[in-house]
Ligand binder design. Structure first.
Ligand code: BEZ
Ligand code: FE
Length: 307
C-alpha cells in the first residue's frame, strides 16, 4: 500500500445513504489516472443511481435485470452479439452513430452496420449479378459516388450486402443459399459510377430467438427491419461511409426495430423502359432500377488525425 492509499484508508468514509449515494461512489473513483475513464465512471454512476432512485426496483426486479443481462451474455459467441442487438433496439447504436458521424449538409447520412457484414465481400466487376440464388425480383442497383463539392470520385470502393427476396442473408442459411450470395465489393469507374445486378430485398426480423427478442415481445414491439441494401463507400481523402439504401414502400419504414431509417436514404424501385440502358446493364428491357447517389465528406483535420 502506498503512503497516500494508507492515509486515505484511515480517513473514514461517510456512511452510505440514499441522499449521498452519488457523491460517495463518485468519490471512490477520484484517483482514476485515466481522466476519460474517470469522466465515464462518474457520469455512469450519476445516471445509474438516478435511474434506480427513479424506478425504486424491488430486490426481485433487480435480480431479474441481472438475470436478463446474464442471458444476453450467454447468447454471445463468434457469430451472435446479443449485447450489440440490445444496444440496437434501445436506439443506442444509432445514437453513437449519429454522434460520431455528423455530416455536412448534402452528404449521405450514415446508419448502423448491423451483424451480417461478418464475411469480406468478394471483389466483383461492375455490372456483375450478386444474386446467386435468384431469389427475389431482379433489379439493377446503380449510382455515382461524389464528394460534397459535387466532383465524382473515380475508383471509389462500394461494398454491398443484402438479404434475398425471402428476407435472409446468406450466413443465416448455410446450405440453402450459396456462400457469398448477395455480397460484392465494386470499384467505381472513372466517373465515380457503379452498377450491379441484384434482387429487391425483403424486410426481415432481427434475430429474436434470444433475450432481446423476449424483451421486444414483452414490450409489444415487433422485431422487423424495412427492406434495405447495406453499403460501405470509401474514397481517398474522404470519410468512409456506412449506410443503407431503404426500399420505398417497404413495410416497417416507420417502425424499424433498430431505428436505422433516415428519410434521406429511402429510394424507389422504378421501372425503366429504355433498350439502350438495358443493353448497357446487360438486362432485358424493361427493367427495375434502384438509384443511389452517394456523397462523401472530405476528411477533416479531426478525422484524419483521429485513430
Ligand atoms: C441489419 O440490418 O443487418 C441489422 C442491423 C441491426 C440489427 C440486426 C440486423
Ligand atoms: Fe440488414
Amino acid at each position: 500500500m502506498t503512503t497516500e492509499q494508507a492515509e486515505q484508508s484511515i480517513a473514514p468514509r461517510a456512511d452510505f445513504a440514499e441522499e449521498s449515494s452519488v457523491e460517495i461512489v463518485v468519490d471512490s473513483f477520484a484517483r482514476t489516472p485515466d481522466l476519460r475513464l474517470k469522466q465515464l465512471m462518474t457520469s455512469l454512476v450519476e445516471h445509474v443511481h438516478a435511474f434506480v432512485k427513479d424506478v425504486e426496483p424491488t430486490e426481485e426486479e433487480w435480480q431479474r435485470a441481472v438475470d436478463f443481462l446474464t442471458d444476453v451474455g450467454h447468447m454471445c459467441d463468434d457469430t451472435r452479439q446479443e449485447f450489440v442487438l440490445l444496444s440496437d433496439v434501445l436506439g443506442v447504436s444509432m445514437l453513437v452513430d449519429a454522434i460520431n458521424h455528423r455530416k455536412s449538409a448534402g452528404a449521405t447520412e450514415s446508419t448502423v452496420l448491423g451483424p451480417f457484414h461478418m464475411v469480406d465481400s468478394p471483389r466483383r466487376e461492375l455490372g456483375a449479378n450478386i444474386s446467386l440464388d435468384h431469389n427475389g425480383e431482379p433489379c439493377v442497383f446503380a449510382g455515382q459516388v461524389r464528394s460534397s463539392d459535387g466532383s465524382p470520385l473515380p475508383g471509389a470502393l462500394v461494398d454491398v450486402w443484402q438479404a434475398n427476396g425471402d428476407g435472409y442473408y446468406d450466413v443465416q442459411q448455410p446450405g440453402v443459399q450459396p456462400g457469398l450470395n448477395l455480397r460484392g465489393l465494386f470499384t467505381a469507374d472513372a466517373h465515380g459510377r457503379f452498377w450491379l445486378r441484384t434482387v429487391v430485398p425483403r424486410y426481415y426480423p432481427i434475430p429474436d430467438d434470444g433475450p432481446v427478442g423476449k424483451l421486444l415481445a414483452a414490450t409489444d414491439r415487433h422485431p422487423n427491419r424495412p427492406a434495405h441494401i447495406h453499403v460501405i463507400a470509401e474514397a481517398d481523402g474522404h470519410t468512409p461511409l456506412t449506410t443503407h439504401l431503404f426500399v420505398e414502400g417497404s413495410p416497417y419504414l416507420d417502425s424499424d426495430a433498430v431505428f436505422g431509417v433516415r428519410q434521406s436514404l429511402v429510394r424507389p424501385v422504378t421501372t425503366v423502359d429504355d433498350p439502350l440502358r438495358a443493353e448497357e446493364y446487360n438486362v432485358a428491357n424493361p427493367f427495375r432500377l434502384i438509384e443511389f447517389e452517394i456523397v462523401l465528406d472530405p476528411l477533416t483535420e479531426r478525422h484524419s488525425h483521429a485513430n
